[in-house]
Design a protein around this ligand. Structure first.
Ligand SMILES: [Zn+2]
Length: 192
């Protein structure tokens, strides 16, 4: 997994949080987030009463656990905030759902939702009710690709917006199993 900028961490993290919620029926705690971030190659650099700080070469993650909500801020390690992302997971008691969404700090540059739709999970059935397009990033000689699984692609196709880039909201051009975005430069690849 490649983490060059905050979005490279935010998208796989949101996906992983959603999967854990569907598995366990509750929000992951600080310890689980720690395990996830370490699995993504980040090092823990500080842990103090409800706040964790993790870093890799290019990205710093701040983790806040506050009862019914989990907030992870991903910031470029240069301190630049324009490409920062916030991943929020919470339980909506009224709608009886768990929600995981990615909020870009700079919503002017982002035309659509990162991941197209938030993750919405029925809190009782623990089933996915939305069609988020999330995955992890891999690099080869054609560029950096958001790798999504077939199930994710299937739901995305059903929702009818496979021309929209899940990273930036721009327009995608498909060539076989891969799509290319002119706007952000990331590609999307369906794998598995
Ligand atoms: Zn794009």
């Amino acid at each position: 997994m490649k983490v060059y900028e905050p979005v490279n961490l935010a998208m796989p993290l949101a996906k992983e949080l959603g999967e854990r919620i569907m598995e366990k029926g509750k929000l992951p705690d600080g310890e689980e987030v720690r395990e996830i971030l370490k699995g993504f190659g980040l090092e823990e650099s500080c842990l103090d009463r409800g706040i964790g700080v993790y870093r890799s070469r290019n990205v710093v993650a701040l983790v806040f656990v506050k009862g019914e909500a989990l907030v992870v801020d991903a910031i470029s390690s240069s301190g630049e905030l324009s490409d920062a992302m916030e991943v929020i997971a919470y339980r909506d008691r009224q709608l009886n759902t768990f929600i995981v969404e990615i909020l870009p700090a700079n919503d002017i540059e982002y035309e659509g939702n990162v991941g197209i739709e938030p993750i919405i999970i029925d809190a009782e059935k623990l089933e996915l009710e939305s069609s988020p397009v999330l995955g992890y990033f891999e690099e080869d000689d054609e560029g950096v690709f958001l790798v999504i699984d077939r199930e994710t692609y299937g739901r995305w196709k059903e929702s009818g917006n496979t021309d929209t880039c899940p990273v930036c909201g721009g327009e995608l051009a498909w060539k076989g199993e891969r799509a290319y975005c002119q706007d952000c430069g990331y590609g999307v690849e369906v794998k598995g």
